[in-house]
Design a protein around this ligand. Structure first.
Ligand SMILES: [Zn+2]
Length: 148
């Protein structure tokens, strides 16, 4: 149900000016571009597609996907699963600890410390800011400091 999938990303642009995506000829190189995952995530606002790129390795993307699945698996019914989905969305890139959420869920406590709308917005804005300030994955590191 909440299987999800791993995908590969790179920032390469084709001659037509559009992202190459799966057409990129350099995909075969093991250290080219990055990895991400997609997952159909239940939330209180309905099922939405969760898409996270920016992982350096396939293993890293897989472990993040496993983390999200483990969080969703804590819930005992669909309603609770949607509530955990909200927490995952609000958490951005810093996924809450599975054991911590399980403990809170078992005690009927709020699932995280940042479940207010204000915190959600702050986290979202924070995520946006970081996303726009980080360099594109395929841009090579600056070579200006290479001479010693
Ligand atoms: Zn590429």
């Amino acid at each position: 149900m909440s299987g999800g999938a791993i995908f590969r990303t790179c920032g390469c642009i084709g001659e037509d000016g559009r992202p190459l995506g799966a057409r990129c000829p350099r995909r075969a190189a093991s250290r080219h571009g990055g990895w991400g995952f997609v997952l159909r995530l239940p939330t209180t606002a309905g099922v939405r597609q969760m898409r996270r790129a920016g992982h350096d390795t396939r293993r890293s993307a897989e472990s993040a996907l496993r983390h999200v699945r483990a969080l969703l698996d804590i819930a005992e019914d669909d309603l609770d699963r949607a509530a955990i989905g909200d927490v995952i969305v609000a958490a951005g890139r810093h996924l809450p600890d599975v054991d911590d959420v399980r403990r809170r869920y078992g005690r009927g406590q709020p699932l995280t410390d940042r479940t207010t709308v204000g915190a959600w917005l702050a986290g979202w804005l924070d995520d946006k800011r970081r996303a726009t300030s980080s360099p594109a994955p395929c841009v090579p590191m600056s070579s200006t400091s290479a001479t010693t």
